[in-house]
Design a protein around this ligand. Structure first.
Ligand code: ADP
Length: 273
């Protein structure tokens, strides 16, 4: 009797613990759903009025209300810059929320690595000009392809490029290269800028985290770009890493599985018939 009583008590304890764990998991799921819904609603509700604010600023800037005094122009410039920052933050928040909820759709197709790099460089050329940055390329293996989602990969490269530009000195050079390594291709973005101190990986790839204090920066940021970039890389079975030296510069690498590549075709894995 004694043994069965002990057994029964043990059984009850386990049952209660299991119920507690289940309850906790349920609460965590509910919290995640509320958070995700909150971010999504807030982001959409913020986006519409912001579009109208930006539209009005652009209209005034285009001279629609006539010539403005210098003071008004510089105030308008501040308003424009900050509404742009807000728009970037909202886009990043929406992307992050979609990614975490598993709602970010990826459309994989064979992509030419060089063309994808050129597209990302092209789309950041305005930013480069504004900061006086020269972008150069060192692209090996013409015709090299990977399976990827074009828009998402361009977005990931844009993040790396705009960071490289942001953290460069004025008039600096950013180098984008592509190099086959065995059955993979390594795409890297190198700057000769401020560098990242040792042991900052968590802050570099974390959410809303930045390595330096915002007062020192020329251009703001959300601290979300590299977190999103890393998630995009993971969805492509790609790795993302960096090497950096303070005061010398930083290089970010992404490595993808190659589908084809004219440099080393013999290394492309052959599928069994
Ligand atoms: P942010 O919007 O601040 O650029 P990211 O997630 O893109 O956010 O980057 C996180 C942080 O990593 C940056 O705030 C910066 O401190 C550091 N970082 C990223 N790229 C570079 C780089 N090329 N050189 C120096 N620091 C960098």
């Amino acid at each position: 009797i004694d043994i069965s009583w002990k057994f029964y008590l043990g059984y009850r304890r386990n049952l209660e613990q299991m119920k507690l764990v289940e309850k906790e998991a349920e609460l965590a799921r509910a919290a995640l759903a509320v958070k995700s819904q909150f971010v999504s609603v807030v982001s959409h509700e913020l986006r519409t009025p912001l579009t109208s604010i930006k539209g009005s600023i652009d209209l005034i800037n285009s001279g629609a209300v006539g010539e403005l005094p210098q003071k008004a122009r510089s105030l308008l410039e501040i308003a424009g810059r900050n509404s742009h920052r807000l728009a970037l933050l909202i886009d990043d928040l929406l992307d992050l929320q979609k990614m975490e909820a598993g709602e970010m759709s990826f459309r994989f197709e064979p992509l030419d690595v060089h063309a994808t790099i050129h597209e990302a460089i092209e789309s950041t050329s305005g930013f480069a000009t504004k900061l006086g940055i020269h972008v150069q390329t060192e692209l090996e293996a013409p015709g090299c392809t990977i399976m990827g989602d074009r828009n998402r990969l361009v977005q990931a490269l844009q993040n790396l490029l705009s960071n490289a530009m942001k953290f460069s000195n004025e008039g600096g050079t950013v180098t984008v290269s592509a190099r086959p390594i065995g059955s993979r291709v390594r795409v890297s973005v190198r700057d000769r800028g401020v560098g990242i101190p040792e042991g900052a990986e968590d802050r570099v790839f974390g959410k809303f985290t930045q390595v330096d204090s915002s007062e020192k920066r020329k251009v703001g940021g959300t601290g979300l770009g590299l977190n999103i970039t890393k998630q995009i890389a993971e969805r492509h079975d790609a790795t993302i890493e960096y090497e950096s030296e303070l005061g010398t510069g930083t290089v970010f690498y992404m490595e993808f599985n190659r589908v084809t590549g004219s440099e080393a075709p013999e290394e492309v894995p052959v599928r069994p018939q």
